[in-house]
Design a protein around this ligand. Structure first.
Ligand code: CA
Length: 224
């Protein structure tokens, strides 16, 4: 899942980015409201973490304009402890949740998971056939067997599991699993799909990850 962090305090922003990347999120960072809004409009994110006090344009102004433009990405506001009015206004304008600084990283993670569920992603446990993944514990299983995944393999599997039976283009996959630094000229997506297949579809008769020639990949039940 790909997250945009709009936060001008560089230390806080890089703390969040590093932490989220360790949890397999792809993360882009903007340090002011103008850049942040631009990123949110041109890229497809699964969640936005938005600080209220920002140079260039305030977080609330960014939020307002994004909502007016029909951007439906869930938004988690970061607010100062004493800014009750901002918080209320933020929720009124359409923020999904808020977190008061300073916060524990674990809490940020938990709130993000809730936001993604609200974003139409259904129950906390992701399941397809006998393949399952628990975003809270980050454990994946095929049948009874635990599958050991790297950070990127996990992110890829999570994205597939959130979009079963849907053909996912390489572009879509890279947009949700990798950040802005991703080089679309490479075959990185295919390489990681192959890694994932070797772990998930090996030694089983029912393959779940399928190639759609010239397009991308789909998670579906079909004998090969
Ligand atoms: Ca700030």
């Amino acid at each position: 899942m790909r997250v945009l962090v709009i936060e001008d305090e560089k230390k806080v922003a890089s703390f969040i980015k590093r932490g989220l990347e360790q949890e397999s999120y792809a993360v882009d960072v903007a340090h002011d409201g103008i850049d942040g809004q631009h990123y949110a409009e041109v890229n497809e994110y699964d969640a936005i973490i938005l600080d209220i006090m920002l140079p260039g344009k305030s977080g609330l102004a960014v939020l307002k304009e994004l909502k007016e433009k029909g951007v439906e990405t869930p938004v988690l506001l970061l607010t100062a402890r004493d800014s009750v009015e901002d918080r209320v206004e933020g929720l009124d304008v359409g923020a999904d949740d808020y977190l008061t600084k300073p916060f524990a990283f674990e809490e940020l993670l938990a709130r993000l998971r809730v936001l993604m569920r609200r974003g139409g992603y259904g129950s906390p446990m992701l399941k397809f056939e006998d393949l399952s993944l628990d975003p809270a514990t980050r454990k994946a299983k095929r049948g009874d067997k635990e599958v050991d995944l790297t950070v990127k393999e996990y992110a890829l599997l999570e994205y597939l599991l959130r979009n079963p039976d849907r053909v996912l283009t390489r572009t879509l996959i890279s947009e949700h699993v990798w950040d802005q630094a991703f080089d679309s000229e490479t075959n990185v997506v295919d390489v990681y799909i192959n890694h994932l297949r070797a772990k998930v579809d090996k030694d089983v008769s029912c393959k779940l990850i399928h190639t759609v020639r010239g397009v991308g990949y789909v998670l579906k039940k079909e004998q090969e």
